[in-house]
Design a binder for this molecule. Structure first.
Ligand code: FPP
Length: 240
């Protein structure tokens, strides 16, 4: 079946949830759940590329996640370091695969070495366009909108923007996802019915799919199921 016949979403956003519960069920430390979660992240990135999903956004670390124990935060940061390091080691492979990688979220408060690596990976992959992968790190939807509003207010103050020019497009252009389509489908594994401050502006018309599977157990077959369900839904965007 062709991509159009399958009605594939252009942009899938995923909340990688359930790592802690997965570890607890096995009598393991929470950090083991994140470790397995990071592996699943790689598998699902690859699968999305294989089946032709253009944009994929993963929620890796929220602005609220700093409240977790020091040990857990540092374990997640180390997984990110490892991933970024791999991006350097496999620069050629990634180039061939055509990944354009972006880290969405605030760089403020992030370890300096990680910020440096993120900037380098972004600039090295910025001219690629087969699959756009956004990794949300130190990300909060409300903070993102607040920043966009501040930037616009600054523009009004210095006279470069007039109030009449402020519209939805201008706000969209001020977000980390500027220039990208809004997510068609948001997937949340682990059975929670919340957006948790994820892509609040961008999710206005997204279809939401909740799955009981915990993220470390998530497989391409689970993603297929979500896409299948999405393809049957009738999106009306407020119309009839
Ligand atoms: C939510 O599960 C998961 C997180 C807060 C962290 C997700 C991070 C990763 C999968 C690793 C990131 C690394 C890369 C390379 C992107 P939870 O801990 O809230 O699970 P619980 O609800 O069961 O406690």
């Amino acid at each position: 079946m062709s991509k159009e016949e399958r009605n594939l979403p252009s942009h899938i956003a995923i909340i990688m949830d359930g790592n802690g519960r997965w570890a607890k069920q096995r009598g393991l430390k929470r950090t083991e759940g994140h470790k397995r979660g990071a592996e699943v992240f790689r598998e699902i990135c690859q699968y999305c590329t294989d089946i032709g999903i253009r944009y994929v956004t993963f929620y890796a670390f929220s602005t609220e996640n700093w409240k977790r124990s020091k040990m857990e935060v540092s374990a997640i940061m180390n997984l990110l370091r490892k991933y970024l390091d791999e991006m350097f080691q496999r620069a050629e492979e990634n180039e061939e695969a055509g990944y354009c990688i972006r880290f969405i979220g605030s760089r403020e408060g992030m370890p300096k070495d990680i910020v440096k690596m993120m900037d380098t990976v972004e600039s090295r992959t910025s001219d690629k366009s087969t699959t756009y992968i956004n990794v949300a790190v130190n990300y909060g939807g409300r903070a993102e909108i607040t920043q966009a509003v501040r930037d616009i207010a600054q523009g009004v103050k210095d006279g470069s923007i007039s109030i009449e020019d402020i519209d939805e497009d201008m706000i969209s252009r001020g977000l980390y996802t500027a220039g990208q389509p809004d997510p068609d489908l948001i997937i949340r594994p682990s059975g929670e019915y919340r957006l948790s401050n994820y892509l609040l502006w961008q999710s206005a018309y997204s279809e939401i799919y909740i799955d009981d599977v915990l993220w470390p157990d998530y497989t391409p077959a689970d993603l297929d199921r979500a896409i299948e369900e999405y393809s049957k839904r009738n999106r009306r965007f407020g119309g009839v």
